[in-house]
Design a protein around this ligand. Structure first.
Ligand code: GDP
Length: 365
């Protein structure tokens, strides 16, 4: 399954945030497919639609969908030179599908800052530079390899060479591979290169306890926002220290605490949702009397592929998907009424599942 890696310099609040993630922890019994690893935190994806469906259907059990964050510790500076732990840091990043880059925006004189003072842009650039240097090495090696084929006018090699030259030029100006524009064909080549700087990124600005209600006065957050905007990247503001307190609460208690703090949604919940979207993930639902449940699928999946997420038998024996859009079901108020209104569709093998579909799969065993 897809995972987001939590990355950042030492002392920015990564462990504190990761602790909040494991504290919020999903009941892993519900998610036998998830990785069991101390560096992996499984979180439930908050979704108001699931609560609404539970009201409508009144099932015995409701199960949210979940996904994984990976804590990427390790030495950052000099990582690209391939020294021990630094090398490990890069190989961990290689294994994740997206990056949550935590930067320190809180002031606390008791907590040392690795580079002397709070400067999130310098922090971002320190990590990005290591990733850029590692990618430059990958690209240069690859260029050497395709050069010979390209000289023989091999079409594919020429196409790859052109993309590699373009990426190299960007990297040399400290532009990550994800920030360049590619044609569809080039996109396919880029994907095959597995570059670190082509992974999607969002920035997590960790602010102080007294700033979480209104971070607009924090100049560091402002700087991170401006930096991220240039990359079309999202910024989530959290207070890691408070997030771990919020993560211990549920339901009304959690809501009251958030109201007291003056925030509408916890930073962690925002981070979960944003990471989910960044990975290109979406949710469909199954809604029976036994269980109402949210399932994660990758956008672009067909109905049989989405069925296969529940069970491989569902994919193998797929006949059709009885599907109703969440909004249509809520408007009808009942599945039977949605059927009468002609809102329940019978979809076949080619159907591309949409976010919010409520599906009943028909299959042969
Ligand atoms: P890591 O090295 O990036 O994993 O950072 P840690 O999570 O270990 O945090 C480093 C120190 O900063 C710890 O003493 C935390 O308690 C503190 N810290 C983390 N987040 C916050 C925060 O939002 N506000 C304040 N004041 N301190 C924080």
């Amino acid at each position: 399954s897809l995972t987001t890696g939590i990355v950042g310099l030492p002392n920015v609040g990564k462990s504190t945030l990761f602790n909040a993630i494991t504290q919020a922890g999903a009941e892993s019994a519900n998610y036998p497919f998830c990785t069991i690893d101390p560096n992996v935190g499984i979180v439930e994806v908050p979704d108001e639609r699931l609560e609404k469906l539970t009201e409508l259907v009144n099932p015995k059990k409701t199960v949210p969908t979940a996904f994984e964050f990976t804590d990427i510790a390790g030495i950052v500076k000099g990582a690209s030179k391939g020294e021990g732990l630094g090398n490990q840091f890069l190989s961990h990043i290689r294994q994740v599908d997206a990056i949550s880059h935590v930067v320190r925006c809180f002031q606390d004189d008791n907590i040392t800052h690795v580079s002397g003072g709070v400067d999130p842009i310098a922090d971002i650039e320190t990590i990005n530079l290591e990733l850029i240097l590692a990618d430059l090495e990958t690209v240069n090696k690859r260029l050497d390899r395709v050069a010979k084929m390209a000289r023989q006018k091999d079409k594919e090699a020429l196409a790859e060479q052109a993309v590699l030259e373009k990426i190299k030029e960007g990297l040399e100006e400290e532009v990550p591979a994800r920030a360049l524009e590619y044609s569809d064909d080039q996109q396919r080549i880029v994907k095959g290169l597995h570059l670190l700087t082509s992974k999607p990124v969002l920035y997590v600005a960790n602010v102080g306890e007294d700033e979480i209600a209104d971070p607009s006065g924090n100049e560091h957050v402002q700087a991170v926002r401006e930096f991220a905007e240039k990359e079309n990247a999202q910024v989530i503001v959290v207070c890691a220290k408070i997030e771990s307190e919020i993560a211990e609460l549920e339901g009304e208690e959690k809501q009251e605490f958030l109201d007291d703090l003056g925030i509408a949604e916890s930073g962690l919940d925002q981070l979960i949702k944003a990471s989910y979207n960044l990975l290109g993930l979406a949710t469909y639902f199954t809604a029976g009397e036994q269980e109402v449940r949210a399932w994660t699928f990758k956008e672009g999946m067909t109905a049989p592929q989405a069925a296969g997420i529940i069970h491989s038998d569902f994919e193998r024996g797929f006949i059709r998907a009885e599907t109703v859009a969440y909004d249509d079901l809520v408007e009808a108020g009942k599945m039977s009424v949605a059927k009468e209104n002609g809102k329940v569709r019978l979809e076949g093998k080619e159907y591309l599942v949409k976010d919010g579909d409520v599906i009943h799969f028909r299959f042969n065993v």
